[in-house]
Design a binder for this molecule. Structure first.
Ligand code: BGC
Length: 322
């Protein structure tokens, strides 16, 4: 090959290489560059996870909204995760994944059973503090519980029944789920309030699986089986609403005395319509806010008070219409 040919080939090759290189740069950028990912991605001080019992549940949505608001006010990324319908196994699996993802802190409902306890211990070993919200698990290594004093809230319900009724009261209790500590404590508190009062007895306790339909069925079947039931107590947020439906499906001379739990909008409407007599208010927004603030304090100082109760009140007919 003579010199001219060689030079021509080298020049051609060089031009081809330069063109390919420029094309690669251009198309590479077009293909892989995602606008704003680097410059615009917000940087947060910490990443906290809130594990909720049910994403479709208005009560949990209130906890979530206030937790998110509080977190964003403090430059914290709060990720809220939960099953659409209550599923403790799924919550436990997610908790394990969050530990593996090395988040900065976990806020969760306390769950019954050894697996939860083990996961809290695992989180601690990995330097991830856990707070319980709404329902506690005191014999775990959780750092603190934020929420209602559930035993006292059940007691409040029992005392209200004693105050508002006369004569024999045969009570049917509808509870979200007999495994949950918060439900157990509410029942225990209620029973303690009425235990020395002869005119009151608890006839039956049934689960609603924290659904309205479940509560309606439980109220209906309980009243069919025990015709003497003349008072109902619902211990979780949708139980009162379901109880009303169950009672409406039965022909009774006089509707039972009914005391519900929580102040979801529908429950307040039922109070105004005089379809229930009272409800025990707890404040999920306060729980969400307080849980995040407590987590921030914990991450900053390493210690927080282990029991932080949010308020409860009795709300009666007439209280909502002023
Ligand atoms: C309880 C929650 C429960 C919710 C169900 C509330 O009263 O505190 O634990 O998830 O009711 O609707």
């Amino acid at each position: 090959m003579n010199n001219r040919k060689k030079t021509g080939l080298l020049t051609g090759g060089g031009i081809l290489f330069a063109v390919c290189f420029l094309l690669m740069l251009y198309f590479g950028k077009e293909t892989f560059y995602v606008e704003g990912t680097e410059q615009n991605s917000p940087s947060y001080d910490s990443h906290i996870v809130l594990l909720t019992e049910e994403t479709g549940n208005e009560y949990w949505q209130m906890i979530e909204q206030s937790a998110k608001q509080t977190a964003s006010n403090h430059d914290i990324y709060l990720e809220s995760i939960g099953p659409k319908k209550a599923d403790p196994d799924e919550v436990l699996r997610t908790m394990d994944q969050m530990i593996a993802a090395d988040v900065d802190g976990i806020i969760t409902q306390g769950l019954p059973g050894p697996r939860f306890r083990d996961l809290v211990a695992k989180a601690e070993e990995n330097g991830i503090p856990v707070l319980t919200v709404d329902s506690d698990m005191p014999d775990s290594e959780r750092r603190a519980y934020i929420g209602t004093d559930n035993y006292n809230s059940g007691k409040l319900a029992g005392e209200e029944l004693l105050r508002a009724t006369e004569g024999d009261q045969h009570v049917g209790i509808i509870t979200g789920n007999l495994e949950s500590l918060n439900q157990q404590e509410r029942i225990e508190g209620f029973e303690a309030a009425v235990e020395n009062v002869e005119r009151v007895d608890v006839v039956d306790i049934r689960e609603s699986n924290i659904t309205e339909v479940g509560a309606a069925q439980a109220a209906y079947s309980m009243m069919k089986q025990h015709s003497n039931i003349n008072a109902l107590f619902g211990t979780s947020a949708l139980d009162g609403i379901g109880m009303v439906q169950g009672v409406e499906d039965i022909t009774v001379w006089e509707r039972p005395y009914m005391i519900a739990f929580d102040i979801l909008p529908e429950t307040l409407t039922l109070l105004e319509e005089e379809k229930i007599d009272a409800t025990i208010a707890q404040y999920p927004e306060k729980m969400g806010e307080k849980a995040v603030k407590t987590m921030i304090e914990l991450l900053e100082t390493g210690y927080v008070a282990p029991r932080q109760h949010t308020e409860t009140d009795v709300i009666r007919q007439g209280d909502t219409t002023s």
